[in-house]
Design a protein around this ligand. Structure first.
Ligand SMILES: CC(C)(COP(=O)(O)OP(=O)(O)OC[C@H]1O[C@@H](n2cnc3c(N)ncnc32)[C@H](O)[C@@H]1OP(=O)(O)O)[C@@H](O)C(=O)NCCC(=O)NCCS
Length: 168
């Protein structure tokens, strides 16, 4: 069965409370990682309809601090499905209180694996990107998977053909 990134779209909106901030009164990085992990796991579950586990956090950019009291929206979507693993791209937005205008605060890329009841990886549906952004993210996902596997010591650099092509 084929699915679309939109099928997995997951949006979590919540406030930043005092217990979730650092001494500068900005959102603590670990709290944002947890929110992103939660949204990504729901997106992975929506795509696979399976139990899913976080295999890797491939990229996180804390570009902008998120002040106390902010309304934070975390949006997660599966960008590419492989055999048993999925790449999830997460965009984080904050909302201006007066205008309601959203600005991009952070982004991250996680890898989830679908597993059976005893934790063994199981196959997942294919995905077809539709928008230009979805296609761009889909096309770059194999390189990121290879980089993640090389860094984890699960793939030899010489076998990371898509990744190597970037430098040739
Ligand atoms: C994730 C996990 C299921 C992978 O199991 P494994 O025995 O390595 O299984 P495989 O080697 O068959 O890998 C399964 C898939 O994950 C991918 N994968 C594994 N490690 C990866 C990594 N570091 N980065 C990207 N992809 C990875 C593999 O490429 C494979 O993808 P594919 O089937 O789509 O091609 C296993 O390591 C696990 O259960 N980890 C703990 C997960 C967890 O508890 N997370 C929460 C942490 S608190």
């Amino acid at each position: 069965m084929n699915k679309y990134p939109e099928d997995s779209k997951t949006t979590l909106t919540d406030l930043v409370l005092p217990s979730e901030t650092n001494p500068l009164n900005n959102l603590f990085g670990g709290e944002l990682l947890a929110r992103m992990d939660r949204a990504a796991s729901i997106a992975a579950r929506r795509h696979s309809r399976r139990i899913v586990v976080t295999a890797s956090v491939n990229h996180v950019a804390f570009n902008k601090s998120v002040p106390l009291g902010s309304v934070v929206t975390v949006e997660a979507k599966v960008s590419r499905a492989f055999k048993t693993s999925m790449e999830i791209v997460i965009d984080v937005w904050i909302e201006d209180r007066e205008s309601g205008r959203r600005s991009k605060a952070n982004e991250a890329i996680y890898t989830f694996v679908a597993v059976d009841d005893v934790g063994h990886p199981v196959p997942i549906p294919e995905i077809t990107p539709q928008t230009d952004l979805e296609k761009e993210r889909y096309n770059a996902a194999l390189r990121r998977k290879q980089l993640s596997l090389v860094l984890a010591g699960k793939m030899k650099a010489k076998d990371a053909t898509e990744l190597k092509a970037l430098f040739e």
